[in-house]
Structures are given as structure tokens and as C-alpha cells.
Design a protein around this ligand. Structure first.
Ligand code: URA
Length: 427
């Protein structure tokens, strides 16, 4: 018989006590086995939401999440491993460019990714618009591709931190997602289990991110960096601004096309700047002294991208699907663009069919938004602000309704702020 009771553990956290290691180990294990009920875990999550976990409790909680599944072994590869994780933004197609770029500089990038939910897109949804490309690889296939090509973007296997899937689904329906210890343990348990030696966290902050203030972003970043370092993963966080969408394209195939532009040394400057900033930090962490800008401009990053897509059955030369219907949103007046609201654009892309509300929903390959203006641009009445793409009239109408407030015009000169904000390293 167990020496613990779920009710006692819940009450202890509710009253602000520190949970003992063996109580955390017991309750997570019992939850996986189904011996702790969903309503009891819901109550504990809410108690953690309000009272937090201290650093030691968080370490134990994260260790238990890692121990709930397998841990990949990426040792013995001929290149050092380094990964990137983004907390999610609108138009965030950086992984598609960054993984081959950092591989072209000599590192191995094991990117285990997910699908999008809500207004932020998922890397797998974007790559799945490439005909033939497959997201699921066995551990051996992944290791082999890392050695041969240097970059893999694939679906995180069901075996990594499986308790996170159960906990995340429960947090989603109990209002307990936005807790720093719960977010940190969720993200870091999967990244640590993946086996990368080094990790750069892109913590998005602003209107289109799920963290809206710089103070919260700092706290989340510092907590995740500390968890990574405690587990022997060299971890640095880069805070990046997510007030306006990243680049011009928001939507699955649209973002692949824009990524290929950047891989050719062209494309929107903000996408290039964030990619290069993250690439430099990743390379620093593993001691590689290559200039990533040169690898974009001389075509070597694009060459690795082609190999990465081909290795997973995709055709890098295939024409991507385009949505049936297109609409152009015009400026109602002259003025200077004061803001392009990333959240609004993300929700519009989602309404157009590019995103999903529930994780089993399908996504449209071709739907999305092209943002034709940025903060600080001068526009005239009648000038195009956005192009909207959808597969049918209902989605187009729904997207058209939500985009109408995305741009604010004014008379003040406006300049988009910095995108690369501060970096947070281990203390
Ligand atoms: N992404 C995750 O994987 N987990 C969270 O809790 C939040 C974002």
C-alpha cells in the first residue's frame, strides 16, 4: 500500500508547503498508472499554478517527467549536437532555415518538433506541405540522418516524456497552461530527453506571443536555462520580440516558400536577422567559429536544406499547393503604419484555415496571410496591406472579418523596435 495520499499532496501544495521528493515521484508515477484521478491532478496543477514550485521541487518534477519515457542517446556522432526551441510566434518559420544553416556550419541539429495549435503555426505542418515529406522517423533513421546530413526536423516520438502529453492536455482544459514551472518542465523535459548537448531557447515576447511582458519572459527564460544546465545541457535563452509577425508570410506553404527565399540569401530582413542571431548563439555554444551569414549567401545552407527534405522523402523542387481563393485588403486612408498586430494576423491565418482549434483538426496547406506592410511604412489610401488566401468562401469571409483591425495607422513616425532583445545564460 502507498504511504502517500493524493489529497495530502494536493493540500500541502495548496497551503504553500514544499513537496518532498518522494511525494513528487509518487504522484507523477501514480498519475501515469491511472491511480491518481484526473480531477486530483487538476487540483494539484491549480495549486502549483498559484503557489509555484521552488527550484528543487521543479528539478525533481522535471526529472520525473524525463524518467516517464525514453532518453535518446546522440553521443558518438562526428559533430556536436545543438538544438533550438521557440516558445511560438506568428510567422515563425525560423527552424526551417536555422537547422540546415547550423548544419552547414558543422553542427548536428536534432529538431524534434510539433504541430501548431491556436494562432501560432507548427513546424511539422509547414514541412508537410512539401509533397512526399514525412514527419515520422525511427530513432535510428534520425541518428543516421544527423550523421549524414547534419539536420533533422521530425515529429517528437511518443516515447519522450510521455507524462507531458497527459499533463499538457489536462492543463489545456483546466486553465493551468500559463504557469512558469509547468511550462518550463514541459518544454525542458522533452528537450533534455531528446539528447541534445546544447540548446538555444527562443523566448518570444509581445502581442503575438503567449508571454506578453519582458519580466515574465525573463523569468521563464531563466527557469528553463537553469533546468537545462542542471541536466548537463549547455543552454542559453534569446528573448525576441513578437509584436508584429516575423517576415511577410503567415501560413504553412507560404512560410516554406519564404524560408527558401531566406536560404537563398534573400527574403525579409527580420527573418534573416533572427535566424543569424540564433545561429551565432548555437555555434558559440558548441565552439564552432563559422560565419553563418556566409553560408546563407553562398548557397551551402540551401544545399543542406535540400538534402534534409530529400532524406525524409520530400521533393524540394515540387510546386507547393496554393489556396483557391485570394482577397486583397486595402488601406482605408493615408498614414504611417503604427503597428501590425501579430496576434490579429495569427488569428486571421488560423481562421483562413492555416491553423487548428483542436489537435485532431486538419490544416490547409495553402491558406494564410501575406503581410505587405511593416511598422513605420507610409501607406496611401487604397494601397494593399494584406493578401488573404483560403480554400473556400466561409474561411475567406471569416479571415476578412478578423484582419480589419490588424493595422493601426497614424501620423507619428514609427519605427519597429529591436527584434533580438536580451540573452539569458546560466548563472
Ligand atoms: N510548449 C510546451 O511544450 N509546453 C508548454 O507548457 C507550453 C508550450
Amino acid at each position: 500500500m502507498s504511504s502517500f495520499s493524493a489529497v495530502d499532496v494536493i493540500a500541502a501544495k495548496r497551503d504553500g508547503a514544499t513537496l518532498r521528493d518522494d511525494a513528487i515521484v509518487w504522484i507523477l508515477d501514480a498519475y501515469v498508472k491511472g491511480d491518481v484521478a484526473e480531477e486530483q491532478m487538476s487540483a494539484l496543477l491549480m495549486a502549483i499554478f498559484f503557489n509555484g514550485l521552488n527550484p528543487h521541487e521543479l528539478l525533481t518534477w522535471t526529472d520525473c517527467m524525463i524518467a516517464s519515457g525514453e532518453r535518446l542517446n546522440l553521443q558518438g556522432l562526428s559533430r556536436p549536437t545543438v538544438d533550438k526551441h521557440s516558445t511560438g510566434g506568428v510567422g515563425d518559420k525560423i527552424s526551417l532555415i536555422l537547422a540546415p544553416l547550423v548544419a552547414a556550419c558543422g553542427a548536428a541539429v536534432p529538431q524534434l518538433s510539433g504541430r501548431g495549435l491556436g494562432h501560432t503555426g507548427g513546424t511539422l505542418d509547414k514541412l508537410e506541405t512539401i509533397p512526399g515529406w514525412r514527419a515520422f522517423l525511427t530513432n535510428d533513421e534520425m541518428r543516421d540522418q544527423l550523421e549524414r546530413v547534419g539536420a533533422v526536423i521530425c515529429a517528437a516520438g511518443q516515447g519522450l516524456a510521455p507524462v507531458d502529453r497527459k499533463l499538457y492536455a489536462l492543463r489545456d482544459v483546466t486553465g493551468t497552461v500559463e504557469s512558469i514551472p509547468l511550462i518550463s518542465s514541459s518544454i525542458m523535459s522533452k528537450k533534455i530527453a531528446e539528447g541534445t548537448a546544447a540548446l538555444v531557447l527562443d523566448v518570444k515576447v509581445g502581442r503575438g506571443a503567449f508571454i506578453k511582458t519582458i519580466d515574465r519572459a525573463r523569468e521563464l527564460a531563466a527557469t528553463m536555462v537553469s533546468l537545462g544546465s542542471s541536466h548537463g545541457v549547455a543552454t542559453v535563452a534569446q528573448l525576441t520580440s513578437m509584436d508584429q509577425p516575423l517576415g511577410r508570410a503567415v501560413g504553412n506553404a507560404l512560410e516554406v516558400t519564404e524560408s527558401v527565399e531566406v536560404l537563398h540569401g534573400r527574403g525579409p530582413l527580420d527573418v534573416r536577422e533572427v535566424t543569424l542571431g540564433l545561429a551565432r548563439t548555437m555555434l558559440e555554444l558548441v565552439g564552432i567559429h563559422e560565419d553563418p551569414a556566409a553560408k546563407l549567401d553562398d548557397g551551402s545552407a540551401y544545399e543542406v536544406y535540400r538534402q534534409m527534405i530529400t532524406a525524409q522523402g520530400g521533393d524540394p523542387d515540387a510546386t507547393l499547393e496554393v489556396a483557391e481563393l485570394k482577397d486583397v485588403v486595402l488601406s482605408p486612408q493615408d498614414g504611417i503604419v503604427q503597428s501590425v498586430d501579430a496576434l490579429n494576423v495569427g488569428v486571421t491565418a488560423w481562421r483562413l484555415g492555416a491553423g487548428r482549434a483542436r489537435k485532431e483538426d486538419p490544416v490547409s496547406a495553402g491558406a494564410g496571410v501575406m503581410c505587405l506592410v511593416r511598422e513605420g511604412d507610409y501607406v496611401e489610401a487604397g494601397q494593399p496591406l494584406f493578401e488573404l488566401f483560403a480554400d473556400d468562401d466561409d474561411h475567406l469571409t471569416s479571415g476578412r472579418e478578423s484582419i480589419s483591425h490588424a493595422v493601426t495607422l497614424g501620423e507619428e513616425p514609427a519605427r519597429g523596435g529591436r527584434i533580438l532583445l536580451e540573452k539569458i545564460s546560466a548563472k
